[in-house]
Design a binder for this molecule. Sequence first.
Ligand SMILES: [Zn+2]
Length: 159
Amino acid sequence: MVSDGVSEDVSITDFIPPFPAAVHDLKCGDCGEPLVCRESKEGRPFYGCSTFPGCRGTLGALPDGRPIGIPGDKATRKARIEAHRFFDMLWKPASEGEKPRMSRNQAYAWMRKKLKMSESEAHFGKFSQKQCEEAVRLIKISYPGVRTMWDRLGDDDGI
Ligand SMILES: [Zn+2]
């Protein structure tokens, strides 16, 4: 159980540098135990479940340790990742040299309007599973080209 290689990475957390804005009152979205601010192999902070490796719940963090979004359970995190990838296709060119549909800022503005959200609400890290599904649905309806791109990728995304 311990020899899966992953737990070794976490022992780095024995000497965490201080992340000044780290918080200590977050609960894991998967199991409800506390989340702990840790340092990734790249030296960036993230929140991991205090019961790791028993539970692998995580939450992203900014460089100063501030949490990004709110913890979601496994299904919510999966929905957020998928919705985010869908959303990114609105503004990332499909292939090199191709003209993007819109800028990233325009894409966020479009989503905020469609989902009737404020700037602080419209982050995938805060979305519920339902909101993620709604975002994907709206993108599919409004931008059929994105849907085609997605279907082409569909099978090998592994999530
Ligand atoms: Zn957990």
